[in-house]
Ligand binder design. Structure first.
Ligand code: ZN
Length: 396
């Protein structure tokens, strides 16, 4: 899959990604080396991710960058771009300090507590001139132990930034604190234009609480759940108020002014979504940028959820090139009727790698596979990015 992804980047954006030919090398006693992947974010930002070192004596990752190949042979000609000490789960970084037209080489050094080190493969990338302004969605990996969830960052063509859901939290960990805020920091985002909490389950709004605490947010769309909530939902509502963000109940038919180049619509739920299945109160958002559409479905299930939307809208209203699959790939969502209407070219699944529900379910994966729809999933791919210039779609 990694190879395919890199090829697609080259095809669509005419990037040059170069491999130095070095494979990760491990000697006795040395730490486990990572495998490094890089790609270009739409705003001339290099996105890097790497496989985890799972050894208990892990000490640090050091991401090196140079303008000539051969970092491992001569690190003195490179700069240590970032040092991630004591955090083996820090597996991504966004380098916003590159210059269009230049070529950069990257390699990751892993150190252990004995002072030994190992190098990843080395990759080079040429930053293109005049990269068009894209619509870019970061599908953030919500995995932590058994926690799962949805968390997506949307960067619009004119540079506005929105979150749809924010993953889970528990007493000692928050997806917002651990994943989202560092990502925003590395992208230079100090303020959010809006947040959507699709529905009040903790794996969607839990991580948003830390985000609301830490950075200014203009608007928050909530489904307006009127049934029994939870402490997490109460904390979320309280934090919205404390932050000064504008609270908006997101209902069917609303058109959102996220960016003048986008059409953004809420397709579900109807006002006062009731006290039944909270998943079916999920806010559905349909985004169109020129020829390309995305559909974000929260945890909407088939019975009384997708069925309700299909009864209200014509299939043309639901068509989307990229479908954020409902309910973490559960078999109770994303029916064949739903897929007939949406006709996605790509399926994105937000799901935790250690989730307790067996998500994504094999029945759902079969439905996607039998239609030849490529699937990207956070439990296997980690955080991934889908970006479009309004015509072509690139995944990395
Ligand atoms: Zn969920």
């Amino acid at each position: 899959m990694r190879f395919k992804l890199i090829v697609s980047i080259i095809a669509v954006t005419a990037l040059v990604i170069l491999s130095c030919g070095d494979s990760p090398v491990s000697l006795a006693g040395d730490p486990e080396p990572s495998f490094l992947t890089i790609g270009l974010h739409s705003d001339s930002i290099v996105y890097s991710s790497w496989t985890q070192c799972s050894e208990t004596d892990f000490d640090a990752y050091i991401l090196w960058r140079s303008q000539s190949a051969g970092i491992q042979a001569d690190p003195s000609q490179a700069i240590a771009l970032k040092i991630f000490a004591d955090d083996p789960l820090q597996l991504t970084w966004f380098d916003s300090t590159v210059v269009p037209g230049e070529t950069y080489w990257y390699a990751l050094e892993t150190r252990n507590t004995s002072g030994l080190f190992a190098w990843s493969n080395e990759l080079g990338i040429t930053i293109p001139l005049n990269e068009p302004d894209n619509l870019t969605v970061f599908f953030i990996d919500p995995s932590h132990g058994s926690l799962s969830g949805d968390a997506m960052l949307i960067r619009t063509p004119n540079g506005f930034n929105y979150l749809i859901d924010g993953g889970d939290r528990r007493s000692d960990w928050s997806c917002g604190e651990d994943r989202i805020l560092p990502m925003l920091d590395s992208l230079g985002i100090t303020h959010l234009d809006g947040i959507v909490g699709t529905h009040p389950h903790s794996d969607h709004i839990g991580g948003l609480i830390a985000v609301l605490e830490e950075i200014p947010v203009d608007k928050v769309w909530d489904c307006g759940w009127t049934g029994d909530g939870s402490n997490t939902y109460e904390s979320f509502l309280w934090e919205i108020q404390a932050s000064g963000a504008e609270y908006i109940e997101g209902n069917r038919g609303m058109v959102l002014d996220w960016d003048p180049d986008l059409q953004v619509k809420i397709l579900h739920p109807e006002p006062n979504p009731g006290t039944g299945n909270m998943n079916n109160a999920s806010i559905l958002i349909h985004i169109t940028f020129e020829d390309v559409s995305f559909l974000f479905t929260g945890d909407l299930e088939t019975d009384d959820g997708e069925e309700d939307v299909l009864a209200f809208y014509s299939p043309d209203d639901l068509k989307a090139d990229v479908l954020k699959v409902g309910h973490h790939g559960s078999s109770d969502a994303t029916s064949n009727y739903w897929l007939d209407a949406v006709q996605p070219s790509y399926a994105a699944i937000e799901v935790g790698s250690g989730n307790l529900y067996g998500h994504p379910h094999s029945e759902l994966l079969y439905r996607l596979d039998s239609r030849g729809i490529p699937v990207y999933r956070t439990d296997q791919d980690g955080t991934f990015v889908i970006t479009t210039d309004g015509t072509d779609i690139t995944v990395f």
